[in-house]
Design a protein around this ligand. Structure first.
Ligand SMILES: [Zn+2]
Length: 168
């Protein structure tokens, strides 16, 4: 069974709610078509309450040479123009900003902001720097359980972070 709200496939018929997002699991005898319509409506409302209006941003850092040392010069935030609320699990979105590469295999830590209902939460995505040529892009892959993961690299070759919750 698949969760109507978050797309999780970890639901078993013995469960009373989705193990990933807690949306109720109900079984019915009788008119299943009507029941399904009702469940889908409920799931849509639940989804809206949990992640509706969520927006993601990426914190970027600019380094500059000062007195022969590379120092942090500017910290800024770029809004990611992805609408995670419209994405389905597995779906990938790529940002178009070019980022400089670091050596393959190096641990990378990206800070993202998750905004919802006027609140901002910073989350960290850890990846190992991917190999490959050219600039890096940052991508978002939607996951079940109202989670996402962060991709670094390009469409063909990328590293992926662990799951990060949109709900907090
Ligand atoms: Zn769910």
């Amino acid at each position: 069974m698949k969760c109507y709200a978050c797309g999780s496939e970890k639901i078993e018929s013995s469960m009373s709610q989705c193990p990933e997002c807690a949306f109720p699991v109900m079984t019915v005898a009788g008119d299943t078509a009507q029941f399904e319509t009702m469940m889908k409506q409920m799931a849509e409302e639940y989804r809206g309450k949990k992640i509706g209006g969520s927006a993601l941003g990426l914190l970027t850092y600019q380094y500059a040479m000062k007195n022969d040392h590379l120092v942090l010069d500017k910290e800024s935030e770029t809004a990611l123009s992805v609408d995670v609320t419209k994405m389905t699990p597995g779906q990938i979105w790529w940002d178009k900003t070019d980022f400089a590469r670091v050596d393959a295999g190096e641990p990378l830590s990206l800070t993202l902001s998750v905004k919802k209902d006027g609140k901002v939460r910073n989350v960290t995505a850890s990846v190992k720097a991917p190999a490959g040529e050219g600039f890096w892009h940052v991508g978002i892959r939607m996951q079940t359980g109202f989670c996402f993961s962060v991709l670094v690299g390009n469409e063909k070759n990328f590293a992926e972070s662990g799951r990060i919750s949109l709900v907090g």
